[in-house]
Design a protein around this ligand. Structure first.
Ligand code: C2E
Ligand code: CA
Ligand code: CA
Length: 553
């Protein structure tokens, strides 16, 4: 029989004990047990030190409840290496049969599963759910008295570590950070990793706000500094946001939003800083939420429009292409800048609707312009997450009848960094259909140069930040020329963005930096109709010297 068995009489004296029972409880010869009281058996356990005194009492209590029928089974830990599960059944004669088995393996497996369910496998810190559980327990333990603090920590520039050193090193760095976090917080706070490079901390049992604030700021300060991971040294700073409330007002979800708002403030203020939540941040948050709702409605009801900014030949004589720029005029707030509402659209997952609208309108408008003018549409990072953009573009082209060679698509460096191989395939497919691909805002992302060669690109649009001070900042201009030379070597066409003054234009042209120029010096964004008339004017200007040339020839 694999189970241990005791048959007891009405006074809990052992009538029968099987061999397995003696083995499991380490009781020696079973004949000796006959007529012994169950208490005596446990006392024997204490004497032979496989049970502590208190433990024996506990075991007896549990067995007692079992035998009285208060519970059907009892799981009893005898040591870390022995868990026995007992069940009892009453005999007609008044005694009891106790049956028990070794469930140590099952208990261990359950523990392991629980560990996996509760803790982040990479860092061993509690995960989101378990963190919530620990926090509610802590709040109950302290009877919801005093103040509590909640803090979010975000590793600054962590993506850069992943991009430059790879995910394995990134993971090791996260482990090193988690180890330090465990040490720094000890039992002063509950720490967890939420996702990626974001950590949360819960502080409780403090009556003085200033003291609590100092405790939290001290943790933030101790977390930054030098870390070693996979043989590399990293100087890490962490941005933090925190909120302090009365324990009675603590709602985890609420705290998370508030600490995130404070974190957002830290990030926009200064990398690695630590900011307390303030009520007005909430107002900003609500404001953004409202703007998101309005944006969703504007997209659905055709509230967006398109402006076009021409890209000219470097001498300004001709428009080659026009960039389609999204416009939204809010009924109360007036025009909302596109970088603002595009980001909102990305956050609420509707940016691909904007892209579709822009693509369709751009193709329709382009057909009204002279044949040599192309149109360029911006794609969002999210448009390139999957291959759906390919049929979207193809359908819109065939639906509107625009030749693919007149459509350009602009992608930013951040699009290319995400999942380089996937994005590369998508761009190749689009290019194979005759569409021109431009890389936008070039020079503002990381490790840009190494990507240039590998990607299927036709045009490079150098960001306007390289143009701003070219007169005053010789190094910046050198950098610009370096990028231009490299791009030419790679056979890319060069657009320089944001040229505002004649001075800048002259310098750019003196060194023949640009194939095309886009900037206020020639034209700001304008409606589609204005493009037609501007192009007309330019062509008329051009045709005068041309005719004269023909005559002389
Ligand atoms: P971008 O793609 O770099 O677009 C060029 C921006 O530079 C436009 O701002 C344009 O008005 C501005 N600009 C043009 N010439 C000059 C100049 O000489 N000096 C200065 N300082 N600025 C100049 P806009 O229209 O506000 O667009 C801002 C950004 O919003 C765009 O930057 C682009 O990233 C995004 N965006 C606009 N429309 C769309 C769209 O339909 N889809 C996506 N995904 N993003 C869009
Ligand atoms: Ca652009
Ligand atoms: Ca740009």
């Amino acid at each position: 029989m694999p189970h241990g068995l005791f048959m007891l009489d009405a006074d809990n004296r052992i009538l029968v004990a099987n061999r397995r029972a003696c083995e499991l409880l380490n009781l020696g010869d079973r004949e000796r047990l006959k007529d012994c009281h169950l208490d005596a058996v446990l006392r024997y356990g204490v004497r032979h030190t496989f049970l502590e005194q208190d433990q024996a009492k506990q075991v007896l209590k549990q067995l007692d409840q079992l035998m009285q029928g208060m519970q059907s089974r009892a799981l009893i830990p005898f040591s870390d290496d022995l868990f026995l599960e007992f069940s009892a059944s009453r005999r007609a004669s008044g005694g009891i049969v106790l049956i028990f088995e070794d469930v140590t393996a099952r208990v261990r497996a359950e523990k392991k599963i629980l560990q996996m369910v509760r803790f982040d496998t990479l860092t061993g810190l509690p995960n989101r759910d378990y963190f919530g559980e620990l926090v509610s327990n802590a709040l109950v333990d302290q009877n919801r008295t005093g103040l509590t603090g909640f803090m979010v920590l975000d590793v600054a520039e962590f993506k850069h570590v992943n991009d430059t050193r790879g995910h394995v090193v990134g993971d090791r760095l996260l482990c090193a950070i988690s180890e330090r976090l465990k040490k720094v917080t000890g039992d002063k706070a509950i720490a967890a990793r939420l996702m990626g490079d974001e950590f949360v901390l819960f502080f409780s049992s403090e009556s003085n706000r200033r003291v609590l604030e100092e405790r939290m700021r001290a943790v933030h300060a101790q977390m930054r500094g030098i870390y070693l991971a996979s043989g590399f040294t990293f100087n890490i700073s962490m941005s933090a946001g925190y909120v302090i409330v009365d324990s009675t007002d603590f709602r985890l979800e609420d705290m998370q939003i508030k600490a995130d708002l404070a974190l957002f403030e830290s990030k926009s203020r200064e990398r690695g800083s630590c900011t307390a939540f303030e009520a007005e941040m909430d107002a900003n948050y609500l404001d953004r939420q409202k703007l998101k709702t309005d944006l969703r409605e504007a997209i659905e009801t055709g509230g967006l429009s398109v402006a076009y900014q021409p890209m000219f030949l470097a001498d300004g004589s001709r428009i080659e292409c026009c960039e389609a720029l999204a416009r939204w005029t809010h009924r109360e707030r007036g025009p909302v800048p596109p970088d603002v509402f595009i980001q909102l659209a990305e956050e609420i997952g509707v940016v691909s609707n904007i892209t579709k609208f822009m693509l369709r309108q751009a193709c329709i408008d382009c057909l009204k312009w002279p044949k040599h003018i192309a149109v360029s549409v911006n794609l969002s990072v999210l448009d390139l997450r999957n291959g759906e953009i390919i049929p979207i573009v193809t359908d819109i082209l065939s639906e509107t009848g625009l030749e693919p060679c007149r459509l350009h698509l602009e992608v930013t460096e951040s699009c290319l960094m995400e999942e380089a191989a996937k994005v590369q395939t998508i761009l190749q497919e689009l290019r194979a259909r005759g569409i021109t691909i431009a890389i936008d805002d070039f020079g503002t992302g990381y490790s840009s140069l190494s990507y240039l060669d590998a990607l299927p690109l036709d045009i490079i649009k150098i960001d306007r930040s390289f143009v701003r001070n070219i007169r005053e900042d010789a190094r910046r201009f050198k950098l610009l020329r370096g990028m231009v030379n490299l791009s030419r070597e790679l056979g890319l066409k060069i657009v320089i963005e944001g040229v505002e003054t004649n001075d800048q234009l002259a310098l750019i042209n003196q060194y023949k930096c640009a194939d095309l120029i886009q900037g206020y010096v020639f034209a700001a964004p304008m409606p589609s109709l204005a493009i037609e008339s501007l192009s007309d004017t330019l062509l008329k200007k051009l045709s005068v010297p041309k005719r004269r040339n023909r005559r002389t020839a």
